[in-house]
Design a protein around this ligand. Sequence first.
Ligand SMILES: *[C@@H]1O[C@H](CO)[C@@H](O)[C@H](O)[C@H]1NC(C)=O
Ligand SMILES: *[C@@H]1O[C@H](CO)[C@@H](O)[C@H](O)[C@H]1NC(C)=O
Ligand SMILES: *[C@@H]1O[C@H](CO)[C@@H](O)[C@H](O)[C@H]1NC(C)=O
Ligand SMILES: *[C@@H]1O[C@H](CO)[C@@H](O)[C@H](O)[C@H]1NC(C)=O
Ligand SMILES: *[C@@H]1O[C@H](CO)[C@@H](O)[C@H](O)[C@H]1NC(C)=O
Ligand SMILES: *[C@@H]1O[C@H](CO)[C@@H](O)[C@H](O)[C@H]1NC(C)=O
Ligand SMILES: *[C@@H]1O[C@H](CO)[C@@H](O)[C@H](O)[C@H]1NC(C)=O
Ligand SMILES: *[C@@H]1O[C@H](CO)[C@@H](O)[C@H](O)[C@H]1NC(C)=O
Ligand SMILES: *[C@@H]1O[C@H](CO)[C@@H](O)[C@H](O)[C@H]1NC(C)=O
Ligand SMILES: *[C@@H]1O[C@H](CO)[C@@H](O)[C@H](O)[C@H]1NC(C)=O
Ligand SMILES: *[C@@H]1O[C@H](CO)[C@@H](O)[C@H](O)[C@H]1NC(C)=O
Length: 542
Amino acid sequence: MYLRSIALAGLLVLAGSADSKIVRTRSGVVNGGKCGRTDVNYFFSIPYAKPPVGELRFASPEPYQNSSYRVVNATTPAPACIQFTGQLFGESETQSENCLFLDIWAPASATQKSKLPVKVWLYGGSNEGGGVSNPSYNGCFSATDSIVVSVNYRLGPLGFLALTDLGLTGNYGLEDQLLALRWVQDNIANFGGDPEKVLLFGESAGASDTFFLATLPEIPQLVRAAAMESGAGRDIATIEDSQVWYSEFLNAMNCSTPDLSCIRSATASILQIAVASMPSTDIVTVNSVLINNGTRSSWTPVVDGKLIKEQPSAAGLKVPSIIGSNANEGSLFVLGAYRTLEKLEALNQTDYDEFLNYNFGPLAERVNGTYSAAFLFNGSVARAMETVLTEVSYKCPSYRALLQAEKNDMPVWSYRFDHVPSCPWFLGIDTSYLPLLGVTHSSEIPFVFNFTSALPPPNGNCTFTSSEQIISRNMSRAWTNMAETGQPGDEGVWPVWTSGESTGVVIGDAVNVGVVNYTSCAFWDQVNADLNEYWDTRGTRI
Ligand SMILES: *[C@@H]1O[C@H](CO)[C@@H](O)[C@H](O)[C@H]1NC(C)=O
Ligand SMILES: *[C@@H]1O[C@H](CO)[C@@H](O)[C@H](O)[C@H]1NC(C)=O
Ligand SMILES: *[C@@H]1O[C@H](CO)[C@@H](O)[C@H](O)[C@H]1NC(C)=O
Ligand SMILES: *[C@@H]1O[C@H](CO)[C@@H](O)[C@H](O)[C@H]1NC(C)=O
Ligand SMILES: *[C@@H]1O[C@H](CO)[C@@H](O)[C@H](O)[C@H]1NC(C)=O
Ligand SMILES: *[C@@H]1O[C@H](CO)[C@@H](O)[C@H](O)[C@H]1NC(C)=O
Ligand SMILES: *[C@@H]1O[C@H](CO)[C@@H](O)[C@H](O)[C@H]1NC(C)=O
Ligand SMILES: *[C@@H]1O[C@H](CO)[C@@H](O)[C@H](O)[C@H]1NC(C)=O
Ligand SMILES: *[C@@H]1O[C@H](CO)[C@@H](O)[C@H](O)[C@H]1NC(C)=O
Ligand SMILES: *[C@@H]1O[C@H](CO)[C@@H](O)[C@H](O)[C@H]1NC(C)=O
Ligand SMILES: *[C@@H]1O[C@H](CO)[C@@H](O)[C@H](O)[C@H]1NC(C)=O
């Protein structure tokens, strides 16, 4: 006790010292480092919750126990949560179930009086993969005018398994994100941040999760604004509907008695094997009502009646938000499924029919009529699939989120990202694929993170053009403005979106005010409504 007190006294002296790399938090004294190329400090691996293991596996996270004398070595990158995907967004580095950490970047000049805006990032990866230590999410370049926080959250069954028979209500990954936002409220001032100026932003599943959280009644107490890059507006299954999918997982676990102790005591790699053995398909899938061959579910949040009381797209956003998507989101997935240009070019009507039947069931013919590969895409099945995927999974759910926000009187801003990056932004993307990918899913990430050189991160040899550097500055600045003021820029720079005008910013070779055209979504809204009706009358698949 005596020795510990001396150590504690020593640390508190340090914490009060001029070294901005040492910060006192309720999780302990965090001892960070300085970015190599910018005047920004980083703090890695700060625990915000108790390790979600043992009794806390498949359970709500609990706040990290205060131990103000603990020293956190905040220069060691955090492990990713257990990954359940091998795709581009899956992390190949260290994984651990003990993963509820967050990373922080702050200007080296920040003091407890700075009251800087705060941007809290949720990574993508289908809620099956992703992690804060991915070099493409490094905050060293965007935390020049703000504090950047990046949050690890549980994935796959560890994050979302909902089994009513076992009393599991799912949504643990979302609860992790909420707990991290509460941690930010309690601690961010010590890093120079203003807890009243917090933006929650994310891409892909990170954008979907941001959307779900931003529709909850408690969210205005935690964040001032939200930004959703390619993922807002999706419908989710109710916990009842999701039982087909989650029971498949229980079957895949081979538990002789399917009880909680069996799934709690299994090793993480057994969970991964069980997930990998669940029904899957090679067909390119879109986020339609019939996702996962009609089970209507995947590793996503559910309307559980507890945390999420109603369909988020019906509840609508509760904070001012930016909502946008990219021109060719779908290309990454179509290329990911077929791998080579030869295979893409060889796709024929039979492949398209399979794709349509799998994703749209009884409405396949209708979609085929309006999105005809022969007439609309000059016979290119790959382009037809890519376009359908872009509209159904990203553009039109975003549109529905915008419409509902307007009904809620919540100001929203929209963008269409329409610029093909001249450099790769993930290590897994080869430069030669860039023209083929076009403005694909995740293309906007380096711009929002203000990465302009050494691409792909961490130390590639590609540098963005000067016009791309301006786009980066505009986008990262707009996101900071959103945290700082609740709007991305002046009205002339970025007008509020309304269903009447549908103006926003179109990001091509430059950032310009323009029409973000959602006209084609009328067709998809009808498809969505009719598929929902089909689902409701058909009942749950057995
Ligand atoms: C411990 O954490 C709780 C919740 O964040 C907070 O209310 C309390 O003040 C903290 N105690 C100390 C000593 O930091
Ligand atoms: C902190 O972690 C880094 C990286 O793992 C290591 O090099 C360093 O020695 C550690 N510092 C302390 C004080 O343990
Ligand atoms: C983006 O990075 C550039 C240097 O490449 C820097 O001058 C600028 O301040 C950064 N902008 C923001 C908003 O962080
Ligand atoms: C369940 O059993 C099957 C058949 O024996 C086996 O192939 C599979 O790997 C097992 N799954 C797990 C998670 O152990
Ligand atoms: C989808 O499920 C049906 C049973 O409802 C099955 O016959 C079919 O093979 C499945 N298709 C795929 C691609 O998994
Ligand atoms: C479409 O391509 C597949 C092979 O990829 C082939 O088996 C099938 O016969 C083709 N269908 C038509 C109508 O050409
Ligand atoms: C789509 O239209 C083509 C004719 O362009 C036809 O051959 C094909 O069977 C149709 N597919 C579906 C699912 O309706
Ligand atoms: C349409 O496809 C044909 C053959 O695949 C090609 O010769 C033609 O140039 C294409 N037209 C357009 C406008 O792309
Ligand atoms: C840049 O890096 C890529 C990928 O490592 C490599 O193929 C290419 O040759 C490098 N280019 C230059 C100019 O060094
Ligand atoms: C983008 O940046 C340029 C130059 O800094 C500025 O003139 C323009 O207003 C910005 N546009 C937007 C939409 O932020
Ligand atoms: C929007 O797109 C539709 C086609 O989907 C087109 O007919 C219409 O002219 C476009 N509107 C504007 C203002 O660009």
